[in-house]
Write a protein that binds this ligand. Structure first.
Ligand SMILES: Cc1cc2nc3c(=O)[nH]c(=O)nc-3n(C[C@H](O)[C@H](O)[C@H](O)COP(=O)(O)OP(=O)(O)OC[C@H]3O[C@@H](n4cnc5c(N)ncnc54)[C@H](O)[C@@H]3O)c2cc1C
Length: 302
């Protein structure tokens, strides 16, 4: 459970205080504001603030004086056009600020997305909580034999139990020593900035993460993808649900053209055209490598 009763009360207090505004708001997003969506065993995602809605995208695209909306259908058509033609800057007019609690090894993948603003909880200043990500048994998998960067069959029986025991024991022992190093009882106590190096990569950290919608879509395209590691994918999927409520038209366009779409090389496109004319195309006659052909077939077979 990632929230203490005090944290829950703070969130409820924040939600009880309302303000009047002339700014564009999104009803779907107002319902999410401040609320925590639980992810993994101790993680969370919650919206702290946002700017803009679907109409802000069309407003920017039309460089309008007013709110810039026409008929809802026209607006959605324009948003789809912008998405289809990679006209990305209107999507940058919307922003979102999230509070994310996540294991450090997930944070290392996340932070590679440089087009965002981040402020992380300081483990030089504060003491980290005794919270570690321990995978649910169904997510404890063996190394994939097909993909060096992935997992395969689920571990079972004694092996699964042993791995879970080690994960729990090692994290617990590392945290006990972290506390012992920090302790001022009968000793000076090691600095927090040094003691933290004893903690494993499954310890939880937290940050505020602010990003515009264009770069958020880029992040979601990569991290909500089935090839992304499960532990970051579940965060991306939680954010996808929030974005679908915040900017429904933009999210539908993203789902259609990016998340559910595929980009084809010139060779792949040529194969599609030849197949459409009834020609039987094989990997040997496609001009593609074995790997390219396998990925192309995966796209064609759905
Ligand atoms: C499945 C998967 C596997 C991965 N495996 C590895 C791995 O093994 N090792 C590893 O190191 N990383 C790995 N990554 C991370 C990956 O290489 C990217 O660093 C990460 O996805 C962030 O993408 P990005 O740079 O496009 O995003 P952002 O940093 O958000 O940048 C968005 C876009 O802005 C532009 N941009 C931003 N900063 C610069 C810059 N300084 N110079 C030029 N253009 C810039 C680029 O066009 C970029 O695409 C992996 C990612 C995925 C999704």
């Amino acid at each position: 459970m990632p929230l203490t009763p005090e944290q829950r009360a703070e969130i409820e207090d924040a939600r009880a205080e309302t303000r009047q505004t002339l700014r564009a708001t999104s009803d779907g997003m107002e319902a999410h504001l401040y609320r925590a969506h639980e992810v993994l065993d101790h993680g969370l995602v919650r919206v702290i603030d946002y700017m803009g809605d679907d109409s802000a995208i069309v407003q920017a695209a039309r460089v309008s004086y007013g709110r810039g909306t026409k008929a809802v259908q026209n607006d959605e058509g324009l948003i789809r056009y912008l998405m289809r033609h990679w006209h990305s800057t209107p999507f940058e007019m919307c922003e979102i600020k999230l509070h994310v609690k996540l294991p450090v090894f997930v944070a290392r993948q996340w932070i590679r997305h440089r087009t965002a603003n981040v402020n992380e909880y300081s483990a030089r200043y504060s003491i980290l909580d005794r919270e570690f990500y321990i995978p649910a048994p169904e997510h404890l998998a063996a190394q994939s034999v097909q993909n060096n960067q992935g997992r395969g069959e689920t571990l079972e029986g004694d092996e699964a139990a042993r791995v879970l025991d080690w994960l729990r024991e090692d994290a617990g022992r590392a945290y006990d020593h972290y506390e012992a190093m920090l302790s001022k009882e009968g000793q000076q106590g090691l600095a927090r900035e040094l003691a933290r190096m004893n903690l494993p990569a499954n310890v939880y950290t937290q940050w505020y993460w602010k990003v515009d919608l264009h770069n958020l879509f880029h992040f979601l395209r990569l991290r909500a993808d089935p090839h992304a590691q499960y532990e970051i994918r579940v965060y991306a999927e939680a954010i996808c649900k929030i974005v679908a409520d915040w900017v429904p038209a933009a999210y539908r366009a993203f789902e259609d053209y990016r998340l559910g779409g595929a980009s084809l090389s010139a060779k792949a496109l040529d194969c599609v055209r030849r197949m459409g004319r009834g020609e039987e195309v094989t990997q040997e006659t496609s001009g593609m490598s074995k790997g390219e052909w396998r990925e192309f077939m995966a796209v064609m077979d759905g």
